[in-house]
Write a protein that binds this ligand. Structure first.
Ligand code: NAG
Ligand code: NAG
Ligand code: NAG
Ligand code: NAG
Length: 318
């Protein structure tokens, strides 16, 4: 399953060619090239690792569970949840979003433990927000730690590609050093486990979720554009699901980590591996590219909402 240095080199060149072809076709900008972390981990089969969360009749498994479609129609949305809880690791899904008019629709890929800790839960969110123009989906990221729901740490981005035309990878690194949100392996946001964040840093085991649901009241233009079911059912497709790192052993109350070891001289341990505990210069350039061109909201710039900004806003550049 794990790539050697050589095949990694070839797959990277292959991916950059693909990226170029796609961007020429859609006339979208070409992002800086970065190492492909998603290539390092096995793809999971749905039924072995996930269970239905809600809306079973609106979940479609294809190719023995290598692909999953989540649907939203008038009667229900749908969602799935990991069977295990995880305490640090690398989590990823390739997602293709509903095309056509999608205002009010939210597709989420996230981690949470709100069912276990209703009063002091942790959460790491990717939320894709629908739009009335098909290519204008927005990406919202958010982090809650230990019940910090009074402080929304949202950041929002436009995407540099049409997320309804192809699958794109949405991934999270979560370890004791930092949380990194990545899109097609390009970091879009880093949340350091710094002194300032320590009380709001997700530090308890979480499950992984994916859902599609009706968020008419807030998702698009603050709720001015509700879901229009004339354009339904809305279908979000998932594949290349990855969860690697430490599962949580409930009875022992401790993490169970699969030490992935070395491959082609590269560490592939998402919990303590060199490539996962800090960002490379290449990744920082990638993140700067995304944030300077495509980020349109950061809570750290919202003085109306936060006359006194949360303390971590002083640390990084936002
Ligand atoms: C699904 O799994 C079955 C049994 O393991 C196998 O025979 C079949 O070829 C698989 N189908 C696909 C599309 O992978
Ligand atoms: C998390 O919240 C609990 C209860 O609200 C509190 O006892 C604990 O000290 C908090 N942990 C951190 C790291 O702030
Ligand atoms: C989880 O912990 C229990 C109790 O210590 C142990 O018996 C069990 O083997 C552990 N599970 C795994 C999968 O290691
Ligand atoms: C996170 O910490 C690293 C190492 O101290 C630093 O280089 C980086 O700028 C920090 N990131 C943010 C977003 O503050």
């Amino acid at each position: 399953m794990f790539t050697t240095a050589n095949s990694l080199f070839f797959s990277l060149s292959f991916i950059s060619c693909m990226a170029m072809a796609v961007s020429i076709r859609h006339n979208s900008p070409i992002p800086p090239s970065v190492a492909s972390l998603t290539d390092r981990f096995p793809h999971l089969v749905f039924d072995r690792t996930f269970a239905v969360l809600f809306g079973a009749k609106n979940i479609q498994r294809l190719s023995n569970g290598s692909y999953v479609n989540l649907m939203l129609d008038k009667s229900s949305g749908s969602g799935f949840k990991s069977k295990e809880m995880y305490y640090y690791g690398f989590f990823s899904a390739a997602i293709k979003l509903p095309s056509d008019y999608s205002a009010g629709v939210v597709v989420a890929f996230y981690m949470s433990n709100s069912e276990v800790y209703p009063h002091n839960h942790d959460e790491i969110d990717f939320e894709l927000l629908g739009h009335e123009k098909r290519k204008d989906w927005a990406l919202q990221t958010n982090v809650y730690g230990n019940g910090s729901t009074g402080t929304g740490r949202e950041e929002k981005f436009y995407l540099w590609f049409d997320p309804t035309a192809e699958f794109h990878e949405y991934s999270v690194i979560w370890n004791q050093h930092h949380i990194v949100f990545l899109v097609d392996n390009i970091p879009v946001r880093e949340v350091n486990h710094s002194e300032a964040m320590s009380r709001a840093y997700p530090s308890k085991p979480m499950s992984i979720y994916s859902t599609i649901w009706d968020a008419s009241d807030w998702a698009t233009h603050g709720g001015k554009k509700p879901v229009n079911y004339k354009f339904g059912p809305f279908v979000a497709s998932f594949k290349d699901l990855e969860m690697a790192g430490c599962t949580w052993n409930q009875s022992k109350g401790s993490p169970l980590c699969t030490k992935s070891g070395q491959s082609g001289g590269l560490s592939i341990d998402p919990v303590e591996g060199n490539e996962f505990i800090k960002m490379s210069q290449q990744q920082q350039i990638g993140m700067q590219w995304v944030r300077s061109k495509f980020m349109f909201y950061s809570y750290c710039n919202d003085l109306k909402r936060f006359p006194v900004l949360p303390p971590e806003c002083k640390e990084g550049k936002h």
